[in-house]
Design a protein around this ligand. Sequence first.
Ligand code: NAD
Length: 292
Amino acid sequence: MTHAPSSPDAAHASAVTASTVTLHDGTVMPRLGYGVWQIDDARVAPLVRAAIDAGYRSIDTAAIYDNEQGVGAGIRSSDVAREELFVTTKLWNDQHATDAARRALESSLRSLGLEQLDLYLVHWPSPHRGLYVDAWRALVQAREDGLVRAIGVSNFGPEHLDRIIDATGVVPVLNQVELHPYFQQGELRRFHAEHDIATEAWSPLGQGGELLHDPVVVDLAQSRGCTAAQLVLRWHVDLGNVVIPKSATPSRIVENATLPATPLTDDERDRLAALDRGPSGRIGPDPATASF
Ligand code: NAD
């Protein structure tokens, strides 16, 4: 299934780890980040350290992942200066009320051992709670107070984005959503482009399942002398996505930061575009109906 990079074109760590995206508020963010969902607090520190050693400069966690302390310990164990790292965490759904959201942010900062976050996201709109506009107001205030450099959202659809923008006049810098070749989110990506909102892909590898064994993905990867994961991550980068693959295996952490050097050809892109399954390609919950 996996093939060591073999052609001179295949291994290309420096370009992706150094590649950045400038968000609409001027904040510069690494295009590649290390996601740490489902990695226990007790295990995460050396893996964060391994990711930093492999060249990652961005870490994506969340209060609900219950591993912020370990993430902070991993960051402190590295030789890389805090200013060179980009740390994202997220506000959980039961803390949307404005005061609760502020307390949740302060708690995340304490757990991480940081004075300031680089990016704070409202994790889900949780429309059944009816409080995501309040949550967004709390993030706007937190940015004004200097606790976070940039603010964004996650799992928001156009209707949720419109609502927070109309209510506050503040456009999130980024929306972190499920996105991979089986669920390409074309309509939402167009909405983001119209509003200058960066698209960040969660589960970019389709959680390492069927996608990485798809005959088209495997065939294209073999032709390039790279792995299926590397091919899919190159597809994300070519689309302009910020991407946060997760692995708890050090060799894969390195592999996921080592992408084919040249962009996909039109033919390669077309073959991957044809894998889109629309809404049935989702792995995770639909944010419009999720009841947590
Ligand atoms: P992913 O698509 O990154 O897949 C991760 C899995 O793929 C790993 O557990 C492993 O099984 C496999 N894998 C990783 N590298 C591989 C490789 N090189 N070769 C073969 N298999 C490989 O899925 P994810 O963890 O769901 O998403 C990435 C990150 O996105 C998370 O860690 C988290 O930070 C974020 N996320 C956010 C939300 C949200 O609601 N905002 C939801 C899910 C995930």
